[in-house]
Design a protein around this ligand. Structure first.
Ligand SMILES: Nc1ncnc2c1ncn2[C@@H]1O[C@H](COP(=O)(O)OP(=O)(O)OP(=O)(O)O)[C@@H](O)[C@H]1O
Ligand SMILES: [Mg+2]
Length: 463
C-alpha cells in the first residue's frame, strides 16, 4: 500500500482528522477523569492522613513535649502498616522512629518529600518508594511522618500506562480509519476524474464508474452518466443533421452553379435571363430550407416558450383550411373542416399554423394515389380526454407503420414520394412545434391514407 500525499488534502481525511482531534480530546478528558478518581484519589487520601497525623503529633508535642510523643511514635513505628516515622535531633540523629536518618531530600523547614526507602525483608533488601511530610518542632527537633507508597505508585503507573495505551490505540485506529476511508474516496474520485478526462479526450461513449453501492458518489456518477447519454444523443443528432444539411444543400448548389456556368458559356441574353430567374428560384428554395431548419431548431430548443399565448385553436384550424381549400378544389378534390369552439391552448399562433399547414400540405401532396387521384382531406378540431386534438386525414397511400417514427427526422423522405417536391423537413418542424407546446404528433392509419394527429394540452384559462 503506497502512501499518496493527496489523501491529506481530501475533505474526507480532513473531516476524519477533525473527528480524530475531537475524539482524542474527549478520550483524553475521560481518561484524566478516571485517573483523578482512582490513583489520584488514593494519593490525596494518603496525603490527608499523613497531614492529620503530623498535625496531631505536633499538637501533642506542644502540650506534652518530646516525652509526650516519643511513646506514640515508637508504638506506631512498630506497627506493620507501612507507616514511616522519625524524630531527629538538631544534628539529624534519630531520637525515635523506624527511619534510620533524615533523608537527604529534606531541604526546607517543612514540606513534602518523596524518597527511596530500603526495607529488610528476610535476607533481602528491597527498595521501595516513600512519601512523607516533615516539619521542624520546637528545640530544633525534626518530625517526619510518611507512608510506604510503593503499591500506590505501582497502581498509579499501571493506570497511567493503561490510559496512554488507550489514547494511543484510539489515535492509531482513528488515523488508520481516516486514511483508509479517504483512500477509498480518493480512488473513486480519481476514477471519475479519469473517466471525464477520457470523455473530454473525445471518447464520448465512455461512462463514469458505478459500483452499485447506491451511495452519493454512485448517485453522482449515475446522473452524470444520464447527462452524458443525453449529450451523446444530441451530438449524434447534430452530426447527422449537419451531414444531412451538407448533403441536401450540395445538390441544389451544384445545380445552381452548373446552370450559371452554362448560361455564361451560351453568350445569349435570353439564356442569361432564364438562368438568373432559375437562380433566384433555387435560392428561394434554399432560403426556405434554411428557414425551416432554423424554425425546427428554435422550436426544439424550447427558446420561444415565453411567447406562448392563450388562444382558441379553432381560429387557426379554420384559417389554415380557408387557405388550402381553393388549392384542393383546384385539383378537383375536397377539403372538409370541422372544428368546435373552445379549443383553448397555450400556443404560438404562427408556429401552430405553420405545423398545421405542413400537415395539410403533405395531405395534398401525398393524399392521392393511382385509383384515387383527387385529394379528399378532412380537418377536425375537437376535445378528447382533456386534450385539444387536431386531425388531418387523407385518402392516400399513408405511411407504413415501421416508417412512422423515421419520417419525423430531418430530411427523411420515403422512396415512394421522391417524385414530389420537398425537403423532408415538414414533419420535423411539426414534431418540434409539438415538443415546444408540450404536445405530441401521432401518425395513424386512416385506412386508407394517413391520419396525422396533433395532441395539445387543454389550457384552463384563469378567468
Ligand atoms: N400524408 C402523407 N401520406 C403519405 N406519406 C406521407 C404523408 N405525409 C408525409 N409523408 C411521408 O413522410 C415524408 C416526410 O414528410 P415531410 O413533410 O417531413 O417532408 P416532405 O413533405 O417530403 O418535404 P417538406 O415538407 O419539407 O416539403 C414524406 O416525404 C412522405 O414520404
Ligand atoms: Mg411535407
Amino acid at each position: 500500500m503506497q502512501f499518496n500525499p493527496k489523501i491529506l488534502k481530501t475533505s474526507t481525511f480532513r473531516l476524519a482528522a477533525i473527528y480524530l482531534l475531537v475524539f482524542a480530546i474527549s478520550v483524553g478528558s475521560i481518561l484524566a477523569y478516571v485517573f483523578w478518581n482512582t490513583a489520584g484519589l488514593l494519593e490525596r487520601q494518603t496525603d490527608a492522613t499523613i497531614r492529620a497525623e503530623v498535625q496531631a503529633l505536633a499538637d501533642q508535642y506542644r502540650l506534652l513535649g518530646l516525652r509526650g510523643i516519643v511513646d506514640t511514635v515508637q508504638r506506631r513505628s512498630a506497627e506493620r502498616g507501612g507507616g514511616v516515622y522519625l524524630i531527629a535531633d538538631a544534628n539529624g540523629k534519630r531520637v525515635v522512629g523506624n527511619l534510620e536518618s533524615v533523608p537527604p531530600q529534606v531541604i526546607d523547614e517543612t514540606g513534602w518529600i518523596d524518597f527511596p526507602l530500603d526495607i529488610q525483608i528476610g535476607q533481602n533488601k528491597q527498595r521501595r518508594s516513600a512519601r512523607a511530610f516533615h516539619t521542624d518542632l520546637k528545640d530544633n527537633y525534626e518530625l517526619i511522618v510518611g507512608r510506604d507508597v510503593q503499591e500506590l505508585r505501582q497502581f498509579g503507573d499501571i493506570i497511567r500506562r493503561t490510559l496512554y495505551w488507550a489514547l494511543g490505540i484510539a489515535l492509531v485506529l482513528g488515523l488508520g480509519g481516516g486514511l483508509l476511508t479517504s483512500r477509498n474516496f480518493l480512488r473513486r474520485v480519481d476514477a471519475i476524474t479519469d473517466a471525464s478526462r477520457a470523455i473530454m479526450g473525445g471518447n464520448l461513449s465512455s461512462r463514469m464508474p458505478v459500483l452499485g453501492t447506491g451511495d452519493e458518489l454512485d448517485k453522482l456518477s449515475r446522473s452524470l452518466n444520464e447527462m452524458l447519454d443525453q449529450i451523446e444523443r444530441l451530438m449524434t443528432g447534430m452530426k447527422e443533421v449537419s451531414s444531412n444539411v451538407a448533403h441536401d444543400l450540395k445538390t441544389p448548389l451544384t445545380r445552381l452553379r452548373a446552370r450559371v456556368e452554362s448560361a455564361l458559356r451560351s453568350n445569349s441574353k435570353t439564356e442569361y435571363r432564364a438562368a438568373l430567374d432559375k437562380t433566384i428560384e433555387e435560392s428561394d428554395r434554399l432560403l426556405q430550407t434554411f428557414n425551416a431548419l432554423l424554425s425546427i431548431a428554435r422550436a426544439e430548443s424550447g427558446q420561444s416558450r415565453e411567447m406562448l399565448q392563450a388562444i382558441d385553436a379553432q381560429e387557426i384550424v379554420e384559417g389554415v383550411a380557408e387557405l388550402y381549400e381553393p388549392i384542393a378544389e383546384e385539383e378537383g378534390g375536397t377539403l372538409d373542416v370541422k372544428a368546435v369552439a373552445g379549443l383553448n391552448v397555450l400556443a404560438d399562433r404562427q408556429l401552430l399554423s405553420q405545423a398545421l399547414s405542413n400537415l395539410v400540405d403533405n395531405a395534398l401532396k401525398y393524399g392521392v394515389t393511382g385509383e384515387n387521384p383527387k385529394p379528399h382531406i378532412e380537418i377536425e378540431g375537437k376535445l378528447e380526454e382533456g386534450n385539444v386534438v387536431i386531425l388531418v386525414a387523407d385518402k392516400g397511400a399513408g405511411i407504413p407503420a415501421e416508417d412512422r417514427a423515421r419520417v419525423l427526422d430531418r430530411f427523411v423522405r420515403l422512396d415512394s414520394s421522391r417524385s414530389k417536391p420537398g425537403n423532408g423537413l415538414g414533419l420535423s418542424l411539426v414534431a418540434g412545434v409539438m415538443k415546444l407546446h408540450g404536445g405530441a404528433l401521432l401518425l395513424e392509419d386512416n385506412a386508407p391514407g394517413l391520419r396525422a394527429k396533433l395532441v395539445l394540452p387543454l389550457h384552463q384559462s384563469q378567468s
